[in-house]
Design a protein around this ligand. Structure first.
Ligand SMILES: Nc1nc2c([nH]c(=O)n2[C@@H]2O[C@H](COP(=O)(O)OP(=O)(O)OP(=O)(O)O)[C@@H](O)[C@H]2O)c(=O)[nH]1
Ligand SMILES: [Mg+2]
Length: 312
């Protein structure tokens, strides 16, 4: 069976809301919500197809778009490659040119709508920012919380509380305070034994590669809690996908000050590793905000960093 190449769009409105459309009842998967788009024609460039489909279905003209995520999915009767782009700017007022109902929803509200089975990673990608801040280790708790507050002011929306030099008791106390600070403003990811995850329903859990390698065959925490993992090679990507994580970090892309001994993957092998991996990926290791476009072009969600995103 030939895989059908589909161009689809996460369209951001002025208030960061996302446009979704209801598939007509007489179509394949009719009645489910979708990200507007359609099939790429033979020989057509995907960006051209995206612009054409959005003009046909919504009457808008795309003026700025960048790749968000690629998802391969096998339905019982067809195989699709969903090539999803984030549309940041367009002209015209979207309307359902084919009579399909439209809705603008916040990214977090996307989880309240029924999408085709292939869409789960797309919804995750639409909800996640481009920057993932990892906190520096060895910073006194009050200074760390002050830094976090400033990072939030600077627009950081996803944070991993990493403090390997703290005792379990001190880490948990810090986690409580950091959660209070992040409430309603950012998603906090915690690290540590999985048994702790139930104590922090607002937090996500970020697994180490060692936890991933020990892990079973089932997602260890509820779907409402974000689950992430640190990956370094093809084997760990495979384990992360099998466990059903929502997103990963892939490192080290370049040599970094925090892990000078690790040999870097380099951009070429990063792009190879990401081909066919259908969950949001943050590239990590010696990267900064200027590398985000390159990360996107390589198929990643964005960049994870300590130094580059810590407001010191
Ligand atoms: N546009 C779009 N298609 C999706 C999504 N998720 C998903 O599985 N698909 C699948 O990808 C394919 C896209 O086809 P489509 O029906 O939009 O194609 P099209 O606009 O060219 O329409 P037509 O060929 O039916 O006239 C369908 O098999 C659809 O089920 C999504 O979020 N958006
Ligand atoms: Mg369509």
């Amino acid at each position: 069976m030939k895989r059908i190449h589909v161009a689809a769009a996460v369209i951001r409105g002025a208030d960061e809301r996302v446009l979704i459309a209801k598939r007509p009842l007489d179509k394949y998967q009719g009645g489910l919500w979708e990200f507007p788009g359609g099939k790429v024609e033979a020989g057509e460039h995907v960006e051209v197809a995206l612009a054409r489909e959005l003009h046909e279905e919504l009457g808008i003209v795309v003026t700025a778009a960048q790749p968000l995520i690629q998802v391969r999915h096998d339905y019982p009767d067809k195989q699709v490659l969903l090539d999803v782009w984030e549309v940041q700017a367009f002209t015209g007022e979207p309307h359902g040119a084919e009579g399909q109902p439209l809705m603008w929803v916040t990214a977090d509200q996307l989880t309240n709508y029924s999408f085709p089975a292939a869409n789960q990673p797309i919804v995750a990608a639409a909800r996640l920012p481009q920057r993932y801040l990892i906190t520096p280790d060895g910073v006194a708790p009050q200074r760390l919380l002050d830094g976090l507050a400033r990072a939030l002011d600077e627009g950081i929306r996803l944070i991993q509380l990493r403090a390997p030099s703290l005792s379990a008791v001190d880490y948990r106390a810090l986690a409580e305070r950091a959660l209070g600070l992040c409430e309603g403003r950012a998603q906090l990811m915690l690290k540590g034994p999985l048994q702790w995850a139930g104590d922090y329903p607002q937090a996500g859990w970020h697994l180490t590669a060692a936890q991933l390698r020990q892990g079973g065959a089932e997602r260890p925490i509820p779907a409402e809690q974000w689950l992430a993992a640190s990956c370094h090679d093809a084997k760990e990507l495979e384990l992360a996908a099998a466990l059903g994580v929502d997103f990963i970090t892939l490192s080290p892309v370049q040599v970094t000050m925090s892990h000078p001994e690790a040999s870097p993957l380099g951009w070429a092998s990063v792009a190879d590793l990401l081909l066919g991996f259908d969950r949001p990926v943050y590239l990590l290791g010696g990267l900064a905000a200027v590398d985000i476009p390159r990360a996107r072009a390589a198929g990643a969600q964005g960049i994870a960093a300590i130094r580059a995103f810590w407001p010191d």
